[in-house]
Every structure is written in C-alpha cells, then in structure tokens.
Ligand binder design. Structure first.
Ligand code: TK8
Length: 337
C-alpha cells in the first residue's frame, strides 16, 4: 500500500525537480524576479545570450531566481537603463561600454579607433587584468559589472555612397553613440556626427533624419538596417564591447550564493555569446548582400589614413584625463599580442 502510493508521489517530485536540487536548497537563495533589459531585438545575438543567461540562472538557483528579458529597449535606451540600475529601479542590463562614459569616463578608452586587431586580442584584454580593473570602477558609481560580451567590430552603412576613404564621409549625417570619442572621430573624417540613442536609430534612418550609422554586421542584420541603408563599408574602426551590469543597490541585498549564481551565469553566457556572435558575423555579409546591400572592404592603406586622421581623438582623450587608462590599455594590448 505504502509503496503503491509512494511511487507516483516520488515520480511527481522528481519530475518537478524537487529531489534533483538538494544543493540548491541548502544555499541561501530567495525567490526573486530579475528584470534584464537590452537594446537589440529578441532575435539577435544579444537576445539569444540573455536567454542563455536566464536559463543558466534558473538552473543554478533551482528556479528561485527568475530572469525576465526585456528586448528592444522596452525598459529604456542604454543611458536610461544605466540610470535605472543606479537608482535601483531595474536589476540588470547589457549595453555598450560606449554609453557608460556618462557613468565612468575612462570606459571611453575602448572607443578610440583601430586599437584591437582581432577578437582574440579583445578577449584577452577584456577578461584580463585591464578589463577587469576597469569594471571595478563601477560599484562606486552604483553599478556592478559582471562580464564583457561581444558587440563586435563596427562598420559603416549609409544611403549616399560607399566609403572607400575618409574623404567619402564628407557631408554624411552619421548617427553615433552618445559618446564624445565617436563624435570627434567622425567629425575629424568630415562627417556630421549626430549622437542618438540606438532605440531611435531605425526611425531616424527610415525618415532620413540621418544618412548613416555604424555598428557590427550582426546588428545591421538583426535590426534590419538593410531595409533602409544601401551601402555597407567594412572599416572595423572600433571593437565594441558590451557589458553585463547589475544595480549595485539591488546587488548589495543579495546573498553570497545569489551573487555567485549571477556572476557564474554571466561568464557561461559570455562564452556562448562570443561563439554565437562570431559564427553569425561570418554569415551576415552574404545575408546582407542577398538583401541588396552594396558592400565594400576598405583597404588597409586607407584605414591607416583614417587612423592618422583620428589622432586628435587620442590626444583629446589623453588631455581630458584619459592618459593613464590609455597607456594601461596599450600596455595590455602589447602583452596580448
Ligand atoms: C544597443 C546598443 C548597440 C550599440 C549602439 O542598445 O548603440 O550602436 O552598438 O549595441 O548598445
């Protein structure tokens, strides 16, 4: 009789995962809902990685911590979300390091053009002492940085003409991120740089409020910029990191166990995200060609001319108090090579 009753109950418990998670039960984990905002579409490298992060957190917390992703800037654009994290109104986000300059201006060092020559170098510098020490600046500003994800090497699209040399930027209204290094860099090429939140970019391109923008090929695909942009010029002018951040106010209320789950899940999802992003980038160029974009690769000689032309951006960055962080990054890059 007992066994007859016990068996279905046991099976039910097992199916519900109750017996499978004794370790999780011993840990100090409370039921919590984590709102995780991001700017790109759900069907993007960013959205796919947020999903992996969410699943990983569920698994590691025995379902007590629930991550709800909010795609397409529905919780606000990058700058607004940063403020919400600092104020404690939102738990997590992933966004560009470039917009973090409003919080900690040394993050602008990543935006200086033609620093990283490939993804492996970026991984080493970001995951190594340099990148991690920059993250330790954040808690004093109200945020906690868990891991860098890859946004990727940025390229230029526009409706006017292919960019083959910096002179082709002349007169092009180019949307840039809200960051002084970008504004200065593209103005030095002769473009008219317009800082704008990513959330407003598609409409700005569609209505021709701006002529162009710059982003990795993955984003040009997932945000459907090919519908409103004709030319894609491969410049790889900046390697752009994303960073997964948490509200410091909220983080301080978590147990050690809970913090560790989020930290570990961020690192697991980082490995997935980079692999996924790189695989997608390999396919994106042919996808974008099929969509009718005209694509050109800018020659190394012309990229070098752009780099020289952007020199004032480096000088200004150093003069504005960024000299030390720039030197440290250059040192880390030399080591990574
Ligand atoms: C998404 C942004 C985007 C960035 C930009 O919210 O703004 O151009 O490249 O990825 O963070």
């Amino acid at each position: 009789m007992t066994t007859l009753l016990f068996k279905p109950v046991l099976a039910g418990l097992l199916a519900a995962g109750f017996l499978a998670a004794p370790l999780v039960q011993a840990a100090d984990i409370k039921p919590r809902l984590i709102r995780f905002g991001y700017g790109l579409a759900e069907d993007s490298n960013q959205g796919r990685a947020v999903k992996v992060f969410a699943d990983e957190v569920t698994k590691r917390s025995g379902g007590k911590l629930k991550v709800k992703g909010f795609a397409s800037a529905t919780l606000g654009n990058d700058v607004q979300m940063q403020n919400a994290l600092i104020g404690g109104a939102q738990e997590m986000m992933v966004g560009s390091t470039a917009t973090l300059v409003g919080v900690e201006k040394d993050f602008g060092v990543y935006d200086l053009p033609f620093l990283f020559s490939n993804e492996q170098e970026a991984d080493k510098v970001l995951d190594g002492a340099f990148g991690q020490s920059l993250l330790t600046r954040l808690p004093a500003k109200g945020m906690v940085g868990l891991a860098y994800w890859e946004n990727g090497f940025r390229n230029v699209t526009n409706t006017k003409r292919p960019i083959t040399r910096f002179e082709d930027f002349q007169g092009i209204k180019l949307r840039v991120m809200q960051n002084p290094v970008y504004i200065e860099m593209f103005n030095s090429f002769g473009a008219n740089a317009v800082p704008l939140a990513f959330a407003e970019l598609f409409t700005a391109l569609e209505t021709r409020a701006v002529d162009g923008q710059e982003n990795p090929v993955n984003t040009i695909q997932s945000s459907k910029f090919y519908e409103v942009q004709k030319y894609l010029s491969i410049t790889k002018h900046v390697y752009s990191p994303w960073v997964v951040t948490v509200s410091k106010k909220w983080w301080d209320g978590l147990s050690r166990d809970e913090q560790k789950i989020l930290q570990d899940a961020a690192v697991v999802s980082r490995a997935f995200e980079r692999k996924d992003t790189r695989a997608e980038a390999m396919r994106s160029v042919s996808f974008l060609t099929q969509q009718g974009m005209q694509i050109n690769k800018v020659s190394d000689a012309e990229l070098k001319r752009m780099r020289d032309k952007a020199k004032p951006a480096f000088d200004r960055f150093a003069a504005n108090g960024g000299g030390e962080v720039l030197k440290a990054l250059q040192g880390a890059l030399a080591q990574a090579r």
